[in-house]
Design a protein around this ligand. Structure first.
Ligand code: SF4
Length: 688
């Protein structure tokens, strides 16, 4: 194992134990299973059965249903019987928080129970307590006493279990000792896992969810490492970004978190938590999972021990790591050290380069798509928070004065004719730059295709020739089928060679639908940004994809899904770039919404309310607003939101600032208005 996965350079799924959930096998190289959760009231048998059927018909291989108390747990029997009577055998999962009694009933009925170790035994009071080792051991005994009966029931009935940790709902005990950290999340699950193993119960899946993809990815990596160190084996992983939100942002966040882990072969089942109808989550799950169906995996039974030279020629063409540790820490975020070229690298936020090279002519109004609105009356540019920093025009000449903050990248032949060399910069192929007679004194972009078939594996001499030229910004892309790891491998090479030039990540997409492109871009660039790699991004698209995307965007816009109202391909790509930077928290350009996917506990219409809150707050750059369906889990799971809007009873909303209640049981008719007042009272409001 390389730190947390089988390989950082070759696509290899992590070997995990096989788990049986009804007739469904999960883990141990079985296909990545997709699942969702119902949002109906569990006591409404008919509605829950019908929604479950819609999810199953959409492709869900597991359907989770909330069981907040004993009566809902008991009603799972009616739901299950009705589904089986109608011919649906898909395994059902009971979702449990705070109620061991409900878990013990559900475990006798459905194929799997999910418990949250943060609240299975403990009530959340947000208290910080000093524990001695003896106190702590006593707490673990208390958990053992309360949790063991459920383990025994699951063992007896052949029921599977997910130990599902959430970043936002760690117990006060874990928070007091480990803080709100990935290691705390791992320890929270490990406490329960040790108890289950002691009872020789192994039908277990684990998850480490957070609404912050960075925390989520680090926690899963640490979990794998911890299981491997302590038990010498790993249990299957259920991947998900919790409270991801809706529309474009929800998909981008989910793809970054889930995709980053799948790239390294981690993950046996996935759930995308969107504030949308649950059946809409399944196509997104499938779009994420299908990316790995094409990756080759060597037959490990024929693998022999290898020399370093043999490893350099692995199947995917990416040189294996020579050193025993990568020169970065995959468990902690630290941005790669770079020098500054113009406004790229160093402490500058990552820049966005819009690729407009496929346009025959570019006019001032075209810049509207990438965040610049020209006002003819005042002859001024209005620049949005999500305005691209550079445009790549290829050969296209611009016949108008540029907005002050925008710069242009062109092919070298065209750059030579550019009138303003402080705003126009050339982009070269790697060797082209070395051979070029004329170069910019300020900025030269140099493209490197990382480990595609044409790249010589052992020849990095050209890198040394470019190295540390203070005008060079490297632009990394790869045609290798295992693209992200190929580019990551190049970052490792740069670090080992002490090459500190800033880097722009170039991701081209050959997919067709809007969702497929979002997932592709988010995974390919987000995974690198989460590890601190990348000082800019440029998202492109193969020519054939343009046409398909246009019709796909029409469908998305007609469906009313929240896709930032993208009307054109350029708008869509530009918004996606900023969404990726926002989700990786490397560049904040808009309000962040942490909205729960809703479930049978939800006390108001989450989709409608989220849309209403968005419409009045979406100009509050950098403010994090949580919209949570119930007060049982909501406050715990709001994670690091600045403000919270939480259902506290039928028609009642409680408003939070951080974890502190500010306005209790506000009438829901005026709650959005009261939220705005709360933002104003706390200096978080600006006029739209
Ligand atoms: S916070 Fe939302 S998804 Fe979580 S239990 Fe409450 S209503 Fe359900």
């Amino acid at each position: 194992m390389q730190f947390y996965c089988e390989s950082l350079t070759e696509y290899k799924r992590l070997a995990t134990r096989e788990v049986k959930i009804g007739d469904l096998l999960l883990g141990n190289f079985h296909p990545i299973r997709v699942q969702t959760m119902t949002t109906t009231d569990t006591m409404d048998t008919m509605a829950t059965v019908e929604q479950s059927i819609r999810c199953i018909e959409a492709g869900a291989e597991l359907v989770r249903i909330t069981a907040p108390s004993k009566k809902e747990a008991e009603n799972l029997l009616h739901i299950k019987n009705d589904l089986r009577r109608r011919g649906y055998t898909t395994p059902l999962v009971a979702d449990i928080h705070f109620t061991p009694n409900a878990a013990e009933i559900a475990a006798r009925i459905v194929e799997k129970v999910r418990v949250n170790p943060g609240n299975y035994v403990d009530k959340k009071k947000f208290e910080l307590i000093e524990y001695t080792d003896a106190d702590y051991a006593e707490e673990i005994d208390r958990i053992r006493d309360r949790f063991t009966p459920l383990v025994k029931i699951c063992k007896e009935y052949g029921t599977a279990m997910r130990i599902g940790t959430n970043h936002g709902s760690l117990s006060d005990r874990i928070m007091s000792r480990y803080g709100d950290t990935p290691i705390g999340m791992v320890e929270s699950a490990m406490e329960f896992l040790r108890i289950a193993r002691y009872e020789t119960y192994h039908n277990i899946v684990l998850s480490m969810k957070s609404s912050n993809p960075q925390v989520m990815v680090q926690a899963y990596r640490l979990l794998v490492r911890s299981m491997f160190d302590e038990f010498g084996e790993c249990y299957p992983l259920h991947l998900g970004v919790t409270e991801a939100g809706d529309g474009e942002d929800g998909r981008v966040k989910s793809a970054i978190g889930i995709g980053t882990l799948l790239e390294d072969g981690l993950g046996d089942t996935i759930r995308v938590s969107l504030t949308e109808d649950p059946e809409l989550e399944i196509p997104v799950c499938r779009d994420i999972a299908k990316r790995y169906e094409r990756r080759t995996q060597k037959d490990r039974t024929t693998e022999k021990p290898k020399t370093i030279n043999a490893l350099r020629e692995n199947a995917a063409g990416i040189p294996a790591l020579v050193s025993s540790r990568p020169p970065y820490d995959p468990f902690h975020y630290q941005r790669r050290n770079t020098f500054v070229v113009d406004n790229i690298g160093g402490k500058h936020v990552p820049v966005v380069i819009a690729d407009l090279s496929k346009m025959n002519m570019i006019t001032p109004s075209d810049l509207h798509n990438i965040g610049y609105a020209y006002d003819e009356a005042t002859d001024k540019w209005n620049i949005s928070d999500a305005a691209a920093d550079y445009i790549f025009t290829g050969k296209v000449e611009l016949g108008f004065a540029l907005p002050g903050t925008l710069k242009v990248i062109t092919w070298p032949d065209h750059w030579q004719n550019a009138h303003d060399k402080t705003k126009y910069f050339p982009i070269y192929e790697s060797k082209g730059f070395l051979e070029a007679e004329s170069k910019s004194d300020l900025v030269n972009f140099v493209m490197l295709d990382c480990f595609s078939d044409k790249t010589p594996l052992n020849d990095f001499t050209y890198l040394d020739e470019l190295a540390n030229d203070r005008s060079v910004v490297l632009c990394l892309s790869s045609k290798n089928p295992h693209t992200m790891p190929a580019i990551r491998r190049m970052f490792i090479e740069l670090q080992e060679r002490k090459i500190d030039n800033p880097v722009v990540l170039i991701a081209d997409s050959y997919w067709q639908t809007a969702d497929e492109h979002l997932i592709h871009y988010a995974t390919e660039t987000g995974a690198l940004l989460l590890d601190g790699f990348g000082d800019g991004i440029c998202l492109g698209m193969t020519a054939g994809s343009y046409e398909h995307l246009a019709s796909s965007l029409e469908q998305v816009n007609a469906s009313g899904r929240n896709y930032s109202n993208n009307r054109t391909t350029e708008q869509f790509i530009n918004n996606t770039a900023f969404s990726i930077l926002q989700a990786t928290r490397t560049r904040i350009s808009k309000t962040e919404y942490i909205s729960c996917p809703s479930c049978g506990r939800t006390l108001f219409d989450l989709q409608e309310t989220t849309a209403r809150i968005r419409s009045v707050t979406n100009h509050l750059k950098g403010v994090k607003i949580a919209i949570m369906g119930c007060i049982v889990n909501g406050p715990g799971e709001m994670a690091d939101a600045d403000f919270g809007y939480v259902g506290s009873g039928p028609g009642k909303i409680t408003l939070y600032k951080g974890k502190e209640v500010m306005k209790r049981n506000v009438n829901s008719a005026v709650a959005v208005e009261e939220l705005v007042n709360l933002l104003k009272e706390n200096g978080a409001w600006v006029s739209p």
